[in-house]
Design a protein around this ligand. Sequence first.
Ligand code: NAD
Ligand code: ZN
Length: 362
Amino acid sequence: PSPRAIVEVGGEKPYAITIGPGLLDDGALLGAGLRGRHALLVSDGNVAPLYADRVTQALRAARPDVRIDGYFLPPGEASKTLAHFAEAIDALAATGATRDACVVALGGGVVGDLAGFVAACWMRGIDCVQIPTTLLAMVDSSVGGKTAVDLPQGKNLVGAFHPPRAVIADTEALLTLPPRELRAGLAEVVKYGAIRDAAFLDWLEDRADALLAGDDAALADAIARSCRHKAEIVERDPFERGERALLNFGHTFGHAIEAEQGFGGLNHGEAVAVGMVLAARLSARQGLAGEAEAERLAALLARFGLPVALPGGLDPAALLERMRLDKKAAADGLRFVLWDGIGAARVVAGVADEAVLAVLEK
Ligand code: NAD
Ligand code: ZN
């Protein structure tokens, strides 16, 4: 068998993340999480043609007793809606699914978030096996149990905490991922180094070329190290009452950029890359860390082909207003995840508007 890494996530309902090549054909692994005789495979219009048959066949071979139905979304964030959620629930209902049914999420974060929410709601909660196929989903959205759909008023406004039963990340699926999506995932990988692991950031600098070239071993290592960080954080703070907020490094700026561009400009990872550089520069301006560390972070992100400066045409005052509206902003002035240097992030409240504007205008 091919080499694989396993990361355990502890907590009230522990589960394992398995990472490696060829896992989509491993029926025993894929089927181990199925307790009952029904499974609903949720995927999207890009991923299903590539991988749904393989996964279904592997599952059928290992678990001939399980009835497998499919529900496929049109690709993209625009599908993460209550309407598609309701369709998926109808698909479950039509199969006569009971409480031991399982939702299998095959796709990126859009599929994972929606399918996870379906699993959270059907009969007040059934199992969900996450099979992430984007780098972002492998290192972030499939782990930690946050599930949601969007409303016209904002992203992720309706959702639940519902940890998966298992996460299975086949690194070979990344071979078909558009390069821009791979780079977006690398932004979140860099984030783990930036907030809590300076040695990981060194490693990413060393392995940057291999990662960009899609080197399987390098990607598997990066995913496993990232998942270990996410696992440690969500184990200690499953409901985001404290430490989990550090995962929002770069995200207050990033969300504002995405929203201000009407979600048609930079993608999430790209906006977070710019946001992390701005957070590091704001940290330097507040006297917490040096400028050189901000520039080192920017250099690594740029090597990964990610943007590191605000796109043209964005108004700093409008971005500031967006950040005030962000649900992560607090009443006591703007709250940011800043750092004391590489690997040492912390939440800082009461950041003055002038400091934020100065960084946005630089
Ligand atoms: P996505 O699911 O839209 O996937 C990106 C694109 O890649 C889509 O077009 C998809 O069809 C395609 N794709 C996926 N896998 C592929 C593959 N292997 N080969 C070819 N094409 C493939 O986007 P994403 O970046 O994976 O996830 C973004 C979503 O994740 C957002 O909705 C965000 O809110 C959510 N998210 C959730 C959490 C969480 O904790 N739950 C964390 C971060 C992000
Ligand atoms: Zn993110």
